[in-house]
Design a protein around this ligand. Structure first.
Ligand code: GUN
Length: 283
């Protein structure tokens, strides 16, 4: 038996179409379109590509996209001053500072300077706290997209054994919180975990967000498990995930491909968070 391939590209396209409809309704009521500001510091090629595609998707959804590009040697004060201006700008509903930032800038200080109610990345400690305590805030886009894909194949996650591989602030930790909110029994495994394979083998749901190409093999998985692969690893063989797709596809019940799985959901969820922010701010 071969796994169901979860088509993130198609799911994201549907979500973006629904968001575009929501944007039209918002604009008719508020007299303006939602606005998303994206800040890029430096010339990192991968970040450049991400920022360009975020701007394009924002415009395609009918929103206003504002891009600020600052040189790699910009001082922290200038960046913080820009964030303060965007916080005060009533036409801006979402602020995203593309990470990573150059080493001389304290990333956590910049994230903390963003108005939590415009923090559409969901990285502000207040939003992390809101997620952990179950109150309304912003949920980081990649884990939010993962849960949507997961629920498209397993609508009721209650009581399931879920393993998250990786403990980053951007994916692993918020992913664990979201799965807990869905009443899963959640295990987070990481580089110091003694037997990663044993944990993965016991899981109904595996979310891989570790950044190691094809680390998780098909024979690690429980037959029928749902596998969400967040990895985007550039190798000589091309783009691959954290899961060895070729061996996993014969064991899993459902699996996301790379590319075309989780990746397209991240931008769609960013647009969703921006529309939600606009609605809350005007509402
Ligand atoms: N760098 C890689 N992914 C992300 C993201 O989702 N948001 C931001 N701000 N930076 C990133």
């Amino acid at each position: 038996m071969s796994a169901t391939i979860i088509d993130g590209k198609a799911f994201a396209a549907g979500l973006r179409a629904r968001i575009a409809t929501g944007v039209t309704a918002f604009a008719a009521a508020a007299g303006r379109a939602p606005g998303l500001a994206v800040v890029l510091v430096g010339e990192d090629p991968a970040s450049n590509v991400y920022v360009r595609s975020k701007g394009k998707a924002t415009r395609e959804a009918g929103m206003v996209s504002v891009e600020h590009r600052l040189p790699a040697d910009v001082g922290a004060e200038a960046l913080l001053a820009l964030v303060a201006d965007l916080n005060a700008d009533p036409t801006i509903d979402g602020i995203l500072v593309q990470l990573p930032l150059p080493k001389h800038i304290d990333e956590q200080a910049v994230i903390a300077a963003i108005d939590p109610d415009k923090d559409v990345d969901g990285f502000h400690p207040i939003n992390a706290g809101r997620l952990a305590t179950g109150s309304a805030g912003f949920v980081p886009c990649t884990p939010l997209g993962c849960v949507m894909l997961l629920k498209s194949v397993v609508p009721n996650l209650s009581g399931m054994e879920a393993v998250v591989v990786g403990r980053s602030n951007i994916v692993g930790k918020p992913m664990a919180q979201l799965l807990l909110r869905e009443s899963c029994t959640v295990t987070v495994v990481h580089s110091r975990t003694r037997d990663v394979r044993a944990h993965v083998g016991a899981a109904d749901i595996v979310v891989a967000a570790v950044g190691i190409p094809e680390m998780i093999k098909g024979d690690w998985l429980k037959p029928g498990a749902t596998v969400i692969d967040v990895g985007i690893n550039r190798t000589e063989a091309g783009l691959v995930g954290d899961v060895d797709f070729a061996s996993a596809v014969g064991v899993a019940g459902a699996i996301t491909p790379v590319p075309g799985g989780v990746g397209p959901m991240t931008i769609a969820c960013l647009l969703r968070n921006t529309l939600v922010s606009a609605g809350r701010r005007e509402g």
